[in-house]
Design a protein around this ligand. Structure first.
Ligand code: ADP
Ligand code: MG
Length: 242
């Protein structure tokens, strides 16, 4: 069974149907990219999955639990992590201290109290290696570059035990080198994590996506591989028409 199952998901803001009957599954370990013109409902779809916004209808099942009415912090405890565009790292704390804070926010305070420090620091090292920040662990987060700050935030989501990570335009503002490295980090992340990524950079999408869903006017317009999406006439029309 798919890790995430979204069925007939709806939300209206005033009279506007921002998400209007979305249906899709995401498999464990998959990287799903969400594309679509501005205002298509991509960010709102992420908001509905993480619980920042409550749906007006439909269902969301995560690891076989219905979560669509669950509060945001409870979904986070279940393993849904959302990375926002404005990073929320503690600038005056070091990279390692930021990760410690995130680790201590894992489900249940008992985790922090009962997991031996040595095991926590081994885990921290693994996470820092994964995002390529091991040599920056003592640096204040405020000194990191834009790209490094984004990677630290991803590391913090992993430290919190997120299994499904939602990201909105993660490469925005990155240099080409940072974008390339982010693609590598995503590929390694997908060994143990599922990613849903809203992204405009098509060469990045081409590198990372296992599957693509194109949204338009709150609904799914197309779904498939990059080749299928690029050959899709409805997709071309949606982009040209806006
Ligand atoms: P995308 O991320 O695909 O650009 P969004 O999901 O941000 O699109 O927005 C979808 C539509 O919903 C847009 O028309 C947007 O203006 C509207 N919208 C998003 N959030 C809200 C909100 N909190 N209140 C009212 N309208 C909203
Ligand atoms: Mg958006």
């Amino acid at each position: 069974m798919a890790q995430l199952q979204v069925r007939d998901l709806h939300v209206t803001f005033g009279g506007l149907r921002a998400v209007d009957g979305m249906d899709f599954d995401v498999e464990q370990g998959e990287i799903l990219c969400l594309l679509g013109p501005n205002g298509a409902g991509k960010s709102t779809t992420l908001d509905l999955i993480c619980g920042k916004t409550q749906p007006t209808g439909g269902s969301i099942r995560f690891q076989d639990t219905e979560i669509s009415q669950m509060l945001e912090f409870r979904r986070a405890r279940l393993g849904i992590g959302r990375k926002f565009q404005v990073p929320s790292v503690y600038k005056e704390l070091s990279v390692a201290e930021n990760l410690s804070v995130a680790q201590s926010m894992k489900p249940g305070i008992w985790h922090a109290l009962t997991t031996p420090a040595v095991r926590r620091s081994k885990k921290m090292r693994e996470i820092l290696d994964l995002v390529g920040l091991a040599d920056k662990m003592s640096e204040p987060a405020g000194y990191l570059s834009h790209g490094e700050t984004q990677w630290l935030e991803i590391a913090m989501l992993i430290a919190q035990n997120s299994r499904l990570i939602l990201m909105d335009e993660p490469t925005a503002g990155m240099t080409i080198q940072e974008t390339d490295r982010t693609a590598k980090i995503f590929r390694s992340l997908s060994a143990n994590h599922t990613l849903i990524v809203v992204e405009h950079d098509m060469s990045f999408v081409r590198t990372v996506a296992d599957r693509i869903i194109v949204m338009d006017q709150g609904a799914k317009l197309a779904e498939g591989s990059i080749e299928e999406i690029e050959a899709n006439e409805a997709v071309k029309t949606a982009y040209l028409g806006h």
